[in-house]
Design a protein. Structure first.
Length: 228
């Protein structure tokens, strides 16, 4: 395997994929089917947390589990086709693999639907782990030995820090750069198109026989003193 047995984790929604068009369509379909109003445009501004948190805004507590099951069941018919990759997503995953590393996707999304998105878009990570949000992502990151976790949400930052991984954030979702830095992101890139170059610097800076000469950690932020 590549230097330092490199493993990089990626979030899915608003990190690798722009899931807003598909999720909007799925919420509208659920709303039409149930006769319950859901503001789909507002819902897609809040992506990141588990589905149940959004459904709780529109359905009584006793119905949330059933509505979540129904949403996930109709999701493939409505949400896969209209959902594009984020700029640089394919290249970011491929850059990890080109270095001999493993790229894994760790997401709060229903795992079968996450896999459908990636297959549709031709993005081929080495593993996909679903149903994990925020700090809960740390278990999968540790299990796979991820040194880096890339995400767009403060929950992703918390997951990375809980796992002891470097938190690389992109402000391509609901959280702007200052919020990501305040949450403790070690590195903030403008979007995933910047990841391959950053990754090359990061790998070159790691100690080991493959990297002679002085090492320097690129773009470490002032937020590193924030504890997990």
């Amino acid at each position: 395997m590549g230097p330092m047995n490199l493993t990089v984790g990626f979030d899915l929604d608003m990190t690798l994929i722009d899931s807003r068009p598909g999720i909007r369509a799925a919420y509208r379909a659920l709303s039409a089917e149930t006769g319950t109003y859901i503001d789909a445009d507002a819902a897609v501004t809040r992506l990141g947390p588990p589905l149940e948190e959004e459904l709780a805004r529109w359905f009584p507590e006793a119905e949330i589990a059933a509505m979540a099951d129904r949403y996930r069941a109709i999701y493939p018919d409505h949400a896969i086709e209209p959902t594009p990759a984020m700029p640089g997503a394919r290249e970011a995953v491929a850059a990890v693999q080109a270095m001999g590393g493993r790229a894994i996707v760790v997401t709060a999304k229903h795992e079968p639907n996450a896999r459908l998105h990636l297959a549709h878009l031709g993005i081929e990570p080495d593993a996909v782990i679903g149903w994990l949000w925020a700090e809960a992502k740390a278990g999968a990151l540790r299990e796979h030995g991820a040194q880096v976790y890339v995400g767009d949400h403060t929950g992703d930052v918390r997951g990375a820090r809980t796992a002891g991984a470097l938190s690389v954030a992109v402000p391509t979702g609901p959280c702007p750069e200052p919020e990501l830095r305040e949450a403790g992101a070690d590195v903030v890139l403008p979007d995933l198109t910047a990841l391959p170059e950053w990754l090359a610097q990061y790998v070159a800076a790691q100690p080991g026989p493959a990297q002679p000469g002085p090492a320097q950690q690129p773009a470490a932020s002032e937020a590193q003193e924030v504890s997990a």
